[in-house]
Design a binder for this molecule. Sequence first.
Ligand SMILES: Nc1ncnc2c1ncn2[C@@H]1O[C@H](COP(=O)(O)OP(=O)(O)OP(=O)(O)O)[C@@H](O)[C@H]1O
Length: 591
Amino acid sequence: MAEEPLRIADDIADDDDRSPVELAPAVPAREVFRRFWPWVRPDRRWLPVSTALMVAGSAGEVASVWLFKNLIDDVLVPRRFGAFWPLAGAMVGTALLSALLTFLGQYSATRVAERFLLRLRTEVVSHLHTLPPDTLRRRWHGDVVARLTTDIDQIEQLVASGVIEAASALISLVFFAGAAFYLSWPLALAAFAAAPVFWFTARRFGARIQQLSREARRCEGGVTAVVEESLANSDLAHAYNQQDREVERVRREGRSLLRAELATARVAHAYPPLLNVVEVIGGLMVVGLGAFELTRDALTLGGLLAFAAFLAQLFEPAQQLSGLATVIGSAGAGAERVMELLATESPIRDRPGARDLEAVQGRLSCQDIRVSYPGRHDRPALRSVTFDVEPGQVLAVMGPSGAGKSTLAKLLVRFMDPDPETGAIRLDGVDLRDVTAASVRNAVTLLPQDPHLFHASVRDNIAYGRPEATESEVRQAAVDADAHDFISALPHGYQTVLGEDGLQLSGGQGRRIAIARAFLRATPVLVLDEPTAGLDAPAARRVLDPLRRLMAGRTTVLITHDQALARQADLVCRLSADGVGRCEHPEGCSV
Ligand SMILES: Nc1ncnc2c1ncn2[C@@H]1O[C@H](COP(=O)(O)OP(=O)(O)OP(=O)(O)O)[C@@H](O)[C@H]1O
């Protein structure tokens, strides 16, 4: 599902030279509004308020220009200085009021825009967190980050600030145009002859910009993804002397982005100067006609200058409105990518009416399950796996690489479910598919190989699964995990922020933090995925003691390659290379 839009586009691309983005369907503005309006809705009352304030600011500008006309006609031309002071006072007052209203309008528009961004970004992130890790891993993280930043920004520029700007530009346009017509309708008609040219160019340019900016956004996602992956694997790049290759990878993606951005810039930056040419021609026509009107006394000098000022003011909202085509184009491109993220569904969904698992004892059974990854139904990762583990017993799971051990761990925390129409995994006799995934995860703690340390204090890292834990509970968990001594020796003890000032823990210390985290959760079932893998013998020994304490009295599924560790288990499940499970007592008698 997640990959679908690109896959479809790739298929088409086989017999077409255009890029996938050019071929993917554009999202029309109406659809962008329909999909993203719910995140604007809580602030919808502010849209007219911001628009009204900005329009009032524009009205103030109209009034200022009108006062300027009076200044010329009543003070400068007749050389009557007496009328200057009241006019000057009125002009300053109007300018101040107009500045205040414009400020308030723009501030409230920014507030609406930022609150929209906050809501939508949080919603997309919360949707991403409904997806199991495998579904997320299938995507480039950098590309997801680009969708959460640039693409969401572009949607905002249409559905929140775009609405306010368009409405206030439209109303300002009416104000300035009304004032211009009031001053001299023949001049105004001449000036407005340029309007169809604006409209036509806006449409042509808008469509092209939409197409180009979609390609640019796709390339930007690629750059972010490669930079992120490259930095995340920097130790490998250094160790294998592949830094230049990593730089080249980023440069290659960057070149595609450069090409796409330049193509967009050629169109987007050609547009305003072209409009300026139209503006100059329109202005000259007005001056020529204005001079004619002056000679036949149909217009005063102040009137002509005020007219020119209105016209200049009018071009800004006109340009804003025609720039809307660009905004619509970019928002359509961003919307397509964000909608695709939101449409990615989790393969793990609670059944309607699924209840919570409660008061779990820890009797774990697995009956003849088969498990396949998406698109690999012909080659199941696990099949015919059966075992029964009583509360408090330890089941060691062994098997060669690729046999399906980690897949079994994923099933036990419901990152995946067994294939439909096959057996079930039961906890205290309840099929895990019949209860909520959250309650399964409340009963089962997974200790993955990677301790997953966050850039946060040691205390917060330990309390990750129970943020409300008291300081003494956190400390006790660290003591139980044999981590208290090295934590106390850190510069700020439990408040030391990991990763800050280059502070890294050793592999064994990291594991013990993770064990402390598991102690604090204190669930009846544990899944340990190769808890000593990657550690040297002394570090592994330091991890084993706290692990034994952790496992005591808890049903434990222990994935391991270590024969010595497996011998201490109550049961052993051996998975063959093709994912078939066979269970036995450690001594070799079949269960
Ligand atoms: N996300 C995935 N998508 C598709 N196939 C997968 C995925 N994860 C694992 N597999 C496949 O499922 C099979 C079992 O993988 P799994 O990771 O469970 O093996 P394992 O026994 O844990 O291996 P190892 O000891 O090397 O960690 C392998 O053939 C693997 O290629």
